[in-house]
Write a protein that binds this ligand. Structure first.
Ligand SMILES: [Zn+2]
Ligand SMILES: [Zn+2]
Length: 282
């Protein structure tokens, strides 16, 4: 079989197949999927991104993700090449993307500092936000590969213990249906009990509920919280979803986002944690 070529790299057959499937069913998400495809391919380049991974800083506050306080040394040429590639795919040609400081964009993106990303945009800031979101994936994946084992088993927060992002989805895993929250940036997962809102820590069942899609699909649903009006998409899985499966399933379940937004639920505007990270030239 022919594998899609992305730059010089090929996707693994399983990734390519799942990507093709999601593409076919979600033609409206083509631009986003093209960016995700580039990020999947780039994430295979361990020689560029693994050396950037910092050691977690000792003495972090207990509620701080692993990357808090870290300094990340990134190869400027590789980062610039990747950010330019994403910018082209997103249609930012001629919009000043060639003058964009890739390291500054990566730093703003890891910190989820939208105001700073907007300030870097020469054209449409919303497109640059999308580019920024995908641009950090290879770097954060390298961090997940290298230091995720240092995540505390006692982690109890709703945001990612590595990068501080809110969970992209909740996974009900295996026969035991244990609830794992999954990060759509670094891809790691952390276990959290049922009936606990990741955003505001509400635990009263009277304020927590589900939305089920109307089109007859019963396996996927949306967890909602009436205390903070937050929502997170949820799906059952046989075994741990691969990290890239989190990214692709997020696209495959856009209908659930629409259903939640229609009913007045939303994703928090503020990041889960105000992460302090510096990105410097290696
Ligand atoms: Zn993360
Ligand atoms: Zn809540």
């Amino acid at each position: 079989m022919l594998w899609p070529v992305t730059g010089r790299r090929h996707l693994a057959a399983e990734q390519a197949q799942r990507l093709a499937d999601v593409r076919q069913k979600n033609p409206e998400s083509e631009t986003w999927l093209a960016l995700v495809e580039a990020a999947l391919a780039e994430s295979q380049d361990a020689t560029t991104w693994d050396p950037a991974v910092p050691a977690p800083v000792d003495g972090r506050p207990a509620r701080a993700p692993l990357l808090h306080g870290a300094e990340v040394g990134v190869n400027r040429r590789s980062a610039t090449r990747f950010v330019r590639r994403l910018s082209r795919l997103a249609g930012l040609d001629g919009g000043g993307a060639t003058h964009l400081d890739a390291l500054e964009l990566l730093e703003a993106a890891i910190r989820q500092d939208d105001a700073r990303i907007d300030a870097l945009a020469a054209g449409d800031p919303s497109t640059l936000r999308v580019v920024a979101q995908v641009a950090v994936v290879p770097l954060l994946r390298a961090c997940a590969r290298t230091i995720a084992s240092e995540v505390s088993a006692a982690w109890w927060e709703g945001y990612c213990p590595l990068c501080g992002a809110w969970p992209t989805l909740a996974e009900f895993r295996g026969l035991e249906r244990k609830r794992w929250l999954r990060c759509g940036r670094c891809g790691i997962g952390w276990e959290m009990p049922w009936l606990r809102c990741p955003f505001c820590a509400e635990t009263s069942h009277e304020n927590l509920g589900y939305l089920a899609p109307e089109d007859g699909e019963t396996t996927r649903k949306v967890e909602v919280c009436d205390t903070c009006k937050g929502y997170v998409k949820a799906e059952p899985t046989v075994s741990e979803l691969p990290w890239w499966g989190v990214l692709l399933d997020d696209v495959a379940t856009v209908a659930l986002d629409v259903a939640a937004l229609d009913r007045g639920y939303h994703r928090p505007e503020r990041p889960g944690f105000d992460l302090e990270v510096k990105v410097v030239e290696a």
